[in-house]
Write a new protein. Sequence first.
Length: 78
Amino acid sequence: MIVTVRLFAALRELRGCEELRCPIEPGATPQSLFVGLFGDGPLARLPVAYAVNAAYARGDQALRDGDEVAFLPPLGGG
């Protein structure tokens, strides 16, 4: 199974791209995918929101082949 991952803000800068195509195992979730991509990096503990197919999703939602997953880090500004 393959999903498309969209990255924003610091996550995009860290990975150096806006989009990834990632193979996933059955039972994968947005949270497990995030840990797989960033689990040992400096942003591993960043509180992110998840979206699946352009709708906010829980971290434990099961992913399907062809889904688009977005990781949305908190935004700062002033």
